[in-house]
Ligand binder design. Structure first.
Ligand code: ADP
Ligand code: 5GP
Length: 204
């Protein structure tokens, strides 16, 4: 658990990293957490993947071209970036720094590669791994979501095994079986970290 920083004048925002195999319910969980903690900033990633139906540029992701993404790699603009399921995803360093310097805690929904890079760059960040109750339910969730092609689903399931194999790297593991229980567990953990730095939480 983090040390107490009460009485400190300038408080840097904390980074809460969340990773899970695609289809586990991480977006659903993060949306619930953002409702519980409306003051928590959400890091909006950049991606070269095309938008899904209902996804909005600037709200869910910044959808950019591969060329624009490459340029930002060379310009050193990413706090972390990774290739996931054949597309590039990246977190803007300036976006993170603005929130952190402003004292806002931030939720980052990123993959295992990205989580390792953020932990290296910001060792005080806290990483959560969300597990599906089983591989069968993961597959069902991916299919029921109805947003991915069969080829995409196969790719995501194959990748899930590799991601799960790395879960011991994370500070906390939460199984998303019942969504209500998972939200409760996640919210309690986040509230605990925030209370230890004297931050007011909106969850109680
Ligand atoms: P991810 O962001 O991890 O790819 P989503 O949040 O898009 O996953 O969830 C994948 C699908 O699973 C969605 O259709 C969502 O409604 C459903 N889902 C999420 N959590 C649960 C749960 N605990 N039980 C059953 N279905 C769930
Ligand atoms: P999706 O395409 O389903 O939205 O996301 C696919 C994967 O990319 C998820 O594991 C998600 O956490 C990850 N991801 C989203 N944004 C970023 C990012 O900025 N950096 C990294 N490394 N991974 C990301």
């Amino acid at each position: 658990m983090p040390g107490t920083k009460q009485g400190q004048k300038h408080r840097r925002g904390k980074l809460f990293i969340v990773s899970a195999p695609s289809g586990t319910g991480k977006t659903t969980l993060c949306n619930a957490i953002r409702k519980r903690f409306p003051e928590l900033a959400y890091s909006i990633s950049h991606t070269t993947r095309p938008p899904r139906k209902n996804e909005v540029h600037g709200r869910d992701y910044y959808f950019i071209s591969s060329e624009a993404f490459e340029e930002k790699i060379h310009a050193g603009e990413w706090a972390e970036w990774a290739r996931v399921h054949g597309n590039h995803y990246g977190t803007s360093a300036s976006q993170l720094n603005t929130h952190m310097e402003g004292g806002r805690d931030i939720l980052l929904d990123i993959d295992v590669n990205g989580a390792r890079q953020i932990k290296n760059r910001y060792p005080e960040s806290i990483a959560f791994f969300i597990m599906p109750p089983s591989m069968k339910s993961l597959e069902e969730r991916l299919r029921n979501r109805g947003t991915d092609t069969e080829a995409d689903i196969e790719k995501r399931l194959a990748h899930a095994h590799k991601e799960i194999a790395e879960r011991s790297f994370y500070d906390h593991e939460i199984v998303n079986d019942s969504i209500e229980d998972a939200v409760e567990e996640f919210a309690n953990l986040i509230a605990g970290y925030r209370e230890n730095t004297g931050t007011q939480t909106a969850s109680r």
